[in-house]
Design a protein around this ligand. Structure first.
Ligand SMILES: C[S@@+](CC[C@H](N)C(=O)[O-])C[C@H]1O[C@@H](n2cnc3c(N)ncnc32)[C@H](O)[C@@H]1O
Length: 727
């Protein structure tokens, strides 16, 4: 309402508010006895007592705890006063303690807000959006430090890459407030240190946390981690994107959109589903590690195969969403279809798709170039051999182009940290460059069983496989939903906590509501006040948000790796005004926080098994409705079959995966178009896979029930595993 007022009235209103506050403060200071007030109101806590014994300096003044620390109750010092300060004792120990300067702080905040609002308003009558933007906290891992004087720090490659991105974007000087925290690895494994690099940080504003003194936000996910209000981001690309966005919010570059690519989509897809993001987040860093790990006496180096893949990728023709727009811009022509493009006859107007694959993602330099450049630069420092340029001509040309693009600024930033990389005494190098390889291929990870291992879909063979299952003499099946009444009232649920609140086509709303109702009932029945409940693979938050609404005494974590989905969920929560939600934008694998109940609705394929493993690890109860059985695949931590009983059976892996494949052939049994026999076989196959999952849970001491959702046709993937630990 206030923003609709005229400028004059707004200034008048603010002046009145200021006057009123002065009057209130005068009255308050007269009536309250000085000195007694704060001690009475605020309990003081601290997580170490060195400040009682030793002299100390306040390295971070009393400041409000983050919304995350308050919502998650993760920081003891934040529970009472919701404010904390950071001290450094003489011994070097860093202490966080709650502080009682709340009244003063509120006052200070009030005045700075009023002043900035008045100034901001005078300059720009539109409400100033980011005046209230909060600080971003970045947590980066380090192995060892040479001390303050020396300024050297031994760090993993990921930390180095994030530092380069920050510095290149002139963070934290420009952009939203960014607090860099260095967190020392819990266990310093010599092997890991071999592939670390030592950098020099001079006048670098950062906080250091030693082993055993990790701030809570650093413990929730694999490092590097970033905390932005109640959102925790883990995963190199997600973090670099967030830092870039924070930079662009405040001070756009000359061409702000470009660094995050077309429609801001650079590295947006999670590494789980995009081979390109995985390359930038995992593979190229591994290449650096591999090269650093080579013995210092190595004279002939075989370069990692991912470097060869990058070379081949750069040889691929440029691909872009807005390709005709780009062609029109570059060639000064006007085409909007392939046909029109083909009709361009002059050689000058022809667009060379290979030539124009100039940067990592195509025609423009993006964040991906910054990340890959930081890594390739380290590799070039280690592998200084003339053949590098001849064996990898396209990488070499790309490197030169990236360097020239900003007159060497990026290279300067990389070198500013003085990364310690010793050149190898090389006589020769070898690298395998595949003939054609694109890092833009989608990586479905679907198991490609070759030769005699080919997956069968031949019905007699399927029956033979299912006979093997029957010989196991297990009680395979699921039980119907026998709950007599709904444990909550949909009428009392606000629209944003209902399926209507998420972006869902109208025809799916009713079915989604049934799915949510069944799962929510199971969860309400087993949750207790104070529980931390994680909605894994939460998408736009359908289940987690409903739970946050229904269980206000529990804290709900929404974990989702897609930035856009998580943003939609966050918008819904803001509209609902819920304060018991914390968001994790990360891959399931990166999540390391403690929790009491793990839930998931349609976590695809192997994701369900990762969720269950997390629950076993934390002794958490679980309610999990699996999906996409046909997309199971094995990797180092997840092997199939899951349980000892199935592993000891005569079933081969390819036969197990055949059952999983058939489990995806379930369709609505009431539809006239459904092949009923095949569908029923599919439902049985779902029960087989879920039985295997339940047996694995039992090995960890759980009691598990596999139930069917109600009505059963609310989704073809209508099984839910409910597990509680046996007393
Ligand atoms: C089928 S959707 C279900 C979403 C939500 N639970 C619902 O019922 O509406 C699966 C979600 O899991 C997310 N996802 C898949 N694999 C993931 C992973 N490894 N880590 C985090 N999220 C993942 C996907 O991005 C997607 O949003």
């Amino acid at each position: 309402m206030i923003e609709n007022l005229s400028k004059k009235r707004m200034v008048f209103g603010i002046s009145c508010l200021i006057l009123l506050t002065i009057v209130v403060l005068i009255i308050e200071s007269k009536w309250m006895k000085a000195g007694t007030r704060r001690q009475q109101e605020f309990v003081i806590e601290n997580n170490s007592t060195c400040w009682v014994r030793e002299s100390y300096e306040v390295i971070k003044d009393c400041h409000p705890c983050t919304a995350f620390e308050i919502a998650s109750k993760s920081q003891g010092v934040c529970v009472h006063t919701q404010n904390k300060e950071v001290l450094k004792c003489l011994s070097g120990e860093i202490v966080t303690r709650s502080c009682d300067r709340v009244a003063w702080l509120d006052e200070k905040r009030f005045w700075s807000f009023q002043i900035s609002l008045t100034i901001g308003y005078a300059q720009d009558p539109e409400p100033a959006g980011n005046l209230l933007a909060t600080m971003i906290e970045l947590y980066l891992e380090f192995y060892a430090s040479g001390g303050e004087e020396d300024g050297t720090l031994e760090i993993p490659i990921e930390t180095y890459v994030v530092l380069v991105v920050c510095k290149y974007l002139r963070q934290p000087e420009v952009g939203r407030d960014l607090q860099i925290n260095f967190v020392q690895s819990k266990t310093i494994v010599e092997e890991r240190r071999r592939d670390s690099i030592t950098v020099k940080l001079t006048n670098f504003p950062a906080l250091f946390h030693k082993t055993g003194h990790w701030p809570p936000a650093a413990k929730y996910c694999q490092l590097p981690t970033l905390l932005d209000n109640t959102l925790i981001v883990s995963g190199l690309c997600g973090i670099c994107r967030r830092i870039t966005k924070a930079h662009l919010e405040c001070l756009p570059l000359a061409n702000p959109k470009q660094i995050l690519g077309f429609k801001g989509n650079t590295l947006l897809a999670p590494a789980e589903i995009s081979m390109w993001t995985k390359f930038c987040e995992v593979d190229i860093e591994k290449c650096v590690r591999d090269v650093l790990q080579l013995e210092d006496t190595t004279t002939r180096a075989d370069l990692p195969e991912d470097i060869g893949k990058l070379e081949s990728h750069l040889a691929q023709p440029l691909k872009a969403h807005n390709i005709y727009k780009l062609i029109n811009k570059v060639k000064n022509v006007k085409v909007s279809s392939n046909q029109e493009f083909q009709q361009l006859d002059s050689a000058d107007s022809r667009f060379d798709f290979h030539e124009n694959h100039k940067f990592a993602e195509g025609y423009e330099k993006t964040l991906a170039d910054v990340i890959v450049f930081a890594c390739i630069n380290l590799i070039r420092k280690r592998v200084q051999h003339p053949n590098l340029a001849t064996k990898l001509p396209l990488i070499n040309a790309w490197y030169e182009r990236v360097q020239k693009h900003d007159d060497g600024e990026l290279l300067q930033v990389c070198e500013q940290f003085q990364p310690s990389v010793t050149p190898l005494p090389l006589d020769g190098i070898a690298v395998d460059v595949p003939a054609t390889f694109s890092l833009y291929k989608s990586d479905t990870k679907k198991l490609n069983l070759l030769g005699e291992k080919i997956l069968t879909t031949n019905q007699p063979e399927v029956l033979g496989i299912l006979e093997k299952v029957e010989r196991l003499k297990l009680d395979i099946g699921s039980v119907p939903n026998d709950r007599e009444e709904n444990l909550f009232d949909w009428e009392a649920v606000p629209v944003d906590a209902k399926p209507e609140g998420g972006k869902l086509p109208a025809k799916r709303l009713a079915k989604k509501q049934h799915q949510l109702e069944c799962l929510a009932n199971e969860i309400i029945a087993l949750a207790t006040p104070g529980d931390i409940i994680v909605d894994f693979c939460s998408g736009t938050g359908h289940l987690g948000i409903l739970l946050a609404q229904l269980l206000p005494e529990c804290t709900i974590y929404l974990l989702e790796n897609k930035e856009e989905s998580q943003q939609l969920a966050m918008d819904r929560v803001v509209r609902l005004g819920l304060t018991n939600v914390v968001y994790f934008q990360c891959n399931l694998d990166y999540f390391t926080a403690r929790f009491d109940v793990g839930v998931s609705l349609h976590a695809c394929g192997v994701a369900t098994d990762i969720v269950l493993e997390k629950c076993f690890e934390h002794r958490a109860r679980f309610v999990s409705c699996p999906c996409c059985y046909g997309k199971l695949y094995e990797f180092d931590r997840i092997r199939y079959p899951r349980s000892g009983v199935f592993q000891r059976s005569e079933l081969l892996l390819k036969e197990y995966l055949c059952i999983a494949h058939c489990a995806d052939q379930t369709h609505d049994l009431e539809s006239s178009r459904t092949n009923v026999a095949k569908s029923q076989q599919g439902f049985f196959c779902m029960d087989v896979i879920d039985k295997d999952r339940a047996l694995r849970a039992e090995e960890f001491g759980y009691s598990v029930v596999v139930k069917r959702l109600r009505p059963e046709n609310c989704t073809p993937k209508n099984r839910v595993l409910v597990g509680v630990l046996e007393e």
